[in-house]
Design a protein around this ligand. Sequence first.
Ligand code: KIV
Ligand code: NA
Length: 263
Amino acid sequence: MKAVTVTTLKDIKAAGDKFSVITCYDAAFSQRINEAGIDVMLIGDSLGMVLQGHDSTLPVTLDDMVYHTRAVKAGNSRCLIMADLPFMSDSSIPTLLENAAALMRAGAHLVKIEGDTWLAAGITELSRRGIPVCAHLGLTPQTVNQLGGYKVQGRGEAGKALVDAAKNLEAAGASLILLECVPTEIGKAVTEAVNCPVIGIGAGPHTDGQVLVLHDLLGITPGKTAKFVKNFMTEADSIPAALKAYHEAVKTGRFPAEEHSFQ
Ligand code: KIV
Ligand code: NA
């Protein structure tokens, strides 16, 4: 199968099709995810919660992200690899550039950064230097202490601000937008407002791509999972089968369903 690039995702959006994204943190899963036909692997800083057992993503370091990006890269054959810039790795533009470069050297094809319109300057500097960026908007887990919890974002007036932020960041050079935990109508409005591909998690069925955390999708995450999560192991007899089922469900628009979305 042909390697997936940012251009592939743009073509998928232009054709009105969908693409699948899944978090990955190691080489063995990287191989299985490649075999399942998934389009993009995200080395998410969710690894702070999923692998390290913290109650937020804030303790994750750049070194942690580099380590796991190398491992995922080692197992990769055709997926597009996106790596998260961890908490406070953008404290200044020079720091941001160095940190993004470290992730690219470790094997990432693009970086993801949480924020809002104020990210524009950093995104422009990164994209100028050949580093594609995904801007993560909506529920941004690195700001959980300011948000007061993991809550749906973009209701009411805030929804219009989200659409504007997405447009501004695309104009600044963002190659992708990721929307987390926003009402379905805002997921749709952002996807229609920008030319670049939009990935959703808890953002309804209208975004161009969908992402889930690997451990949520495999039913390994302890306790109550978020509304937008579906456990694909309940109807599969193996991990490869569950990964394939997720990919097919996203491609055909069967996931997410109404029950996984916010109104
Ligand atoms: O860290 C992560 O896994 C993420 C996704 C949930 C979007 O940022
Ligand atoms: Na993340």
